[in-house]
Write a protein that binds this ligand. Structure first.
Ligand code: RB5
Length: 139
């Protein structure tokens, strides 16, 4: 897959770890920064990456900040983008199966590197399952 990556200063180190992991799995990864731990405003990174996903330039994107929350809030403001901040494997999987999230947001101060890689793997492996049989509401 073609995967965009972005992080703020708090997410920089975890971004580098995930980038190496994705590269080793054979994915094409493009890093939109940041390149170091100099303090930045996370929305600047989130919007740039989210716009790339909305433009279909990438299949998926991974954003990392301190909690994952700010990245998700910001990315979800870009039309067409579905971003989910997750910290457990079930939610990572459901973010794809239930929510068709193309953007995974992680908190470097919430999950350690090993858990983060597990979350990425679960999210990458799952596919959206459209539900067409549910009753429509309101009727
Ligand atoms: C630092 O800017 C911190 O607020 C950010 O990394 C993130 O946790 C926001 O949701």
């Amino acid at each position: 897959m073609k995967i965009a990556m972005g992080a703020d200063h708090l997410g920089f180190a975890l971004k580098e770890t995930i980038k190496a992991h994705l590269g080793a799995l054979g994915h094409e990864v493009v890093d939109f920064g940041v390149p170091d731990v100099q303090e930045v405003d996370y929305p600047d990174i989130a919007v740039e990456v989210a716009r790339e996903v909305a433009a279909a330039a990438f299949d998926r994107a991974v954003l990392v900040c301190g909690t994952g929350i700010g990245m998700a809030i910001t990315a979800n403001k870009v039309p067409g983008v579905r971003a989910a901040s997750v910290s457990d494997p079930y939610s990572a999987e459901r973010a794809r199966k239930s929510n068709d999230a193309q953007v995974l947001c992680l908190g470097a101060r919430v999950v350690g590197a090993e858990v983060a890689l597990l979350l990425v793997d679960h999210w990458l492996a799952a596919e959206f399952q459209a539900c067409g049989s549910a009753a429509k509401w309101p009727k």
